[in-house]
Design a protein. Structure first.
Length: 525
């Protein structure tokens, strides 16, 4: 134990190298997460995948990324932060190689499962390495770069994937390029300092297993519900087991000495509001990154590269808005900024219901930029708000819970929006063409394959392209109106819950903070 704790003093910190290595790895996590949706049509055609299989290529990554964040964070303190980061990057790199050479969808989905675990380990280990390498203002700047790396990957992931899929080797080239880019990062990892927590008490395995199993069953029910029907025994059984496991998880977390989640924090209105924000935003932003590319490719017949370029309208503001918000975050309350975030997402989602086949960029630009601006505001303030919503002694637990809720929201939102699109599209087509044909057409449409959908239409069907495009568009409208309503209600709820003095301000006796309770700078992350 002594040697492991003393190791940092024997090795030069190399702060700039550490920052470059960690950010170089982390930027690829959102690139491969969101970029996979652009590659879905190619993957489906090459591997003859059904809709559920194609959805799992995306969902499997988000599911394990969310489920393993807390576990890998605890293990990093116990076994070594650099070791966890290195293991995560290596696993992520290996999973990209397996994905690039996958011969069927089962292997590809398995690779995406491993990629999510690797991403969780790299993210938690990398952030812990930065926290140990930098102090004070330097730490704030380092985490600002860390956040920027995530923003860059998020902003350009669909475009990068589109270029690679369209021009440089298809979907296999996309995954292979991700693996190759990580090799220099792996080579540099031994130059970083190692550290661990000598007082680490281990992992809450009971909580981790029940949470992961419950979340997996919930996503399974959502994905299969759109395919098998919501009354199918598999779907109902998965939902029942999900409820049972979540109840068991809550009981375990209340009784274990070192819980993964301190569920009592959800009894605090401010913390509950802040944890609700990333779930709401997952529906209004992250899910759109996944479901819009297949729509554009299917209904408008655009290439993967063009679809990725269109999404820059949605993701581009995330590169600019957080910096602009930084200039006013100390003078405008967190409550106002968070409510504004939800109102922009609600307005942009409602505006985006103008979407229809053949719609040009000038019409799409307004709603997509509006949603992206709202999400950009959240990037500047949410992490800091999560930490400031509890007393300093519980900041680490709050941050871990917040990040797990954020990733869980992403996994769930993608599955929910996918299920809505599948159900409504199939229902619309069934009214015109019959159930069996509708199911086959829906499977192809939601994978960005209009030609396959037309081929699955019954012989002699009039204007199959028009019927398919109309049904898919109607489903998109339903999903967007639901997101708009959810975001608007979220704005009201967050505004109501965000009252009161932050515990950090109350404990420190900061008169200014107490007098203006939720006006704390939120850019430390």
């Amino acid at each position: 134990m002594t040697s492991s704790v003393a190791e940092p003093s024997r090795r030069r910190p190399r702060p700039m190298l550490t920052l470059a290595v960690v950010c170089g790895a982390i930027v690829l996590v959102p690139v491969t997460a969101t970029g996979a949706s652009v590659a879905i049509p190619d993957i489906s055609g090459d591997l003859d995948a059904g809709l559920a299989e194609a959805q799992w290529v995306v969902n499997a990554f988000f599911l394990t990324f969310a489920a393993f964040m807390a576990i890998t964070g605890s293990l990093a303190d116990l076994t070594g932060r650099r070791r966890m980061f290195a293991g995560g990057v290596a696993l992520f790199c290996a999973s990209m190689l397996v994905a690039a050479f996958a011969f069927d969808t089962a292997v590809l989905v398995g690779a995406r499962v491993l990629a999510g675990i690797g991403a969780a380990a790299a993210t938690t280990g990398g952030s812990a390495v930065l926290a140990q390498t930098f102090t004070g203002q330097a730490r704030m700047r380092a985490f600002a770069f860390f956040g920027t790396a995530i923003g860059v990957g998020l902003a350009f992931g669909p475009l990068v994937a589109g270029v690679l899929v369209t021009s440089l080797g298809g979907w296999r080239g996309f995954f292979l390029a991700a693996a190759l880019v990580l090799l220099p990062v792996l080579a540099a990892v031994p130059l970083l300092r190692e550290s661990r927590d000598p007082d680490a008490a281990g992992v809450d395995w009971a909580g981790a297993v029940t949470f992961t199993a419950g979340l997996s069953l919930f996503v399974l029910a959502l994905v299969q519900g759109g395919q098998l029907g919501w009354t199918h025994p598999l779907v109902i059984g998965a939902l029942v087991l999900f409820v049972v496991l979540m109840a068991a998880f809550a009981l375990i977390e209340r009784r274990v000495a070192r819980p993964m989640f301190d569920v009592s924090l959800f009894g605090r209105p401010r913390f509950l509001a802040i944890c609700a924000m990333p779930i709401l935003l997952a529906f209004g932003f992250v899910a759109l990154l996944i479901v819009l590319p297949p729509y554009f490719m299917s209904v408008d017949g655009v290439s993967a590269q063009h679809a990725g370029l269109l999404l820059v309208l949605l993701t581009g503001p995330t590169l600019v808005v957080p910096t602009l918000v930084g200039f006013v975050a100390g003078r405008v309350s967190q409550r106002v900024l968070l409510v504004l975030t939800m109102l922009l997402v609600a307005g942009g989602s409602a505006w985006l219901t103008v979407i229809e086949p053949g719609l040009g960029v000038p019409v799409l630009a307004g709603p997509l930029l509006t949603i992206g601006t709202g999400f950009g505001i959240s990037l500047a303030i949410l992490d800091g708000a999560a930490v400031s919503s509890v007393e300093p002694a519980r900041a680490g637990m709050a941050a871990g819970m917040f990040n797990t809720m954020r990733l869980t929201g992403e996994a769930v939102s993608i599955a929910v929006i996918g299920a809505v699109l599948a159900t409504v599209t199939r229902s619309g087509l069934a009214g015109e063409l019959g159930g069996g044909d509708a199911q086959a057409m829906t499977d192809r449409l939601l994978q960005g394959d209009m030609a396959g959908a037309v081929a699955a239409a019954p012989a002699g069907a009039a204007d199959a392209v028009g019927l398919a495009g109309a049904a898919y568009t109607d489903a998109m409208h339903v999903a967007l109106w639901a997101v708009a309503a959810m975001s608007l209600l979220g704005a009201v709820a967050v505004g109501a819950l965000m009252g009161g003095t932050p515990p950090g301000a109350r404990e420190s006796g900061d008169a200014e903070a107490v007098g203006d309770e939720d006006r704390e700078p939120a850019l430390a992350d």
